[in-house]
Design a protein around this ligand. Sequence first.
Ligand SMILES: *Cc1c(COP(=O)(O)O)cnc(C)c1O
Length: 385
Amino acid sequence: MAGRTIGHLDPAFIRMMDEMKDLLRYAFRTKNELTIPISGPGSVGMETCLVNLVEPGDTVIVCQNGAFGGRMAEIVKRCGATAVLVEDPWGAPVDLDKVEAALKSHPNAKALAFVHAETSTGAQSDAAAICALGWQYGCLTIVDCVTSLGGIPVEADRWGADAIYSGSQKCLSCPPGLSPLTFSERAAEVVQKRKQPVQSWFMDLSLVMGYWGDGAQRTYHHTAPVNALYGLHESLVMLREEGLEAAWARHAQNHLALRAGLEAMGLNLLVREPHRLPQLNTVCVPDGVDEAKVRRHLLTEHGIEIGAGLGALAGRVWRIGLMGQSSTRGHVMACLDGLEVALSAQGRKVPRGQGAAAAQDALANQDPARPDTEEAAPRKAAASA
Ligand SMILES: *Cc1c(COP(=O)(O)O)cnc(C)c1O
């Protein structure tokens, strides 16, 4: 990313674009032709899916169990369409019975949109089952995989999802600013057969594909963020080198270690099993603890940033990310250690070293052949030097 910028139509850059599409197909587990990174953060990926598939007058069922479902509904409304909300409590997964009831009572609904991994709450929804309901009721499915891609299984083809978008800065461990996206053949046809042009010129996929599509003749659409795309390319190469399954296993193992440590320190996770996201751990703030002070202490004294609660959970939880390359044993240990000091500083009795010991035990009980990026990193640096 820090290298000299080359042209956005340079043959070397165009070769990289083709590789990027294959790497994204690997990450999404899809054969979808229309698989590209959108120039913009995850929200632009979300908006791209919706503005291309939704026309004025359409009805879209939107599942909301946290902050990001609400954003989808807002975009649907701005498309001139009707958003039918299926609401679940923050911290719970999307309820399949409620989704089916909404599909039954809105037989003309064109699409069903939901968030696979709710970053605002730490809850994972059953994407395979929700997509299956979409198929059963003849609805396109639009899936937010911003926080799931690279951290937990995302199976675009097996789910039969029609449109999936993600983001570069969550489990892909890249700087923010790009949004990988994949459209099924059925979804690509819906875009082609629109009655009205997409209201957004920039996000109109029929125009964007003139630049990203196959064939030697690329036509200028917008100037691609060349250096940022090289960064995403490298992060996808790293994911493929580690292997998707190995990356998922690493996220799961480090999550179990963190959880064991937190519980040994008397802290509880908000989300119930089996809906917990390994990459986003939502911890309930104990009574009498100043949650902002703990976060400030971790950041200034330990160099660790954890998230605050959002929306309905503001002030009630901490959100600890173990995403992508940051999901390491070292980070789990450092976080538990920092939390112990920060909580003790507020007069809360935390038995010294108990969290770390429980996490060590949890790791020792796991497969010793587990992959670990801490060990893989120096090898990689040497290779690229
Ligand atoms: C981060 C996130 C987004 C938005 O991505 P930005 O890059 O911040 O625009 C959307 N959905 C989910 C689930 C996210 O975690």
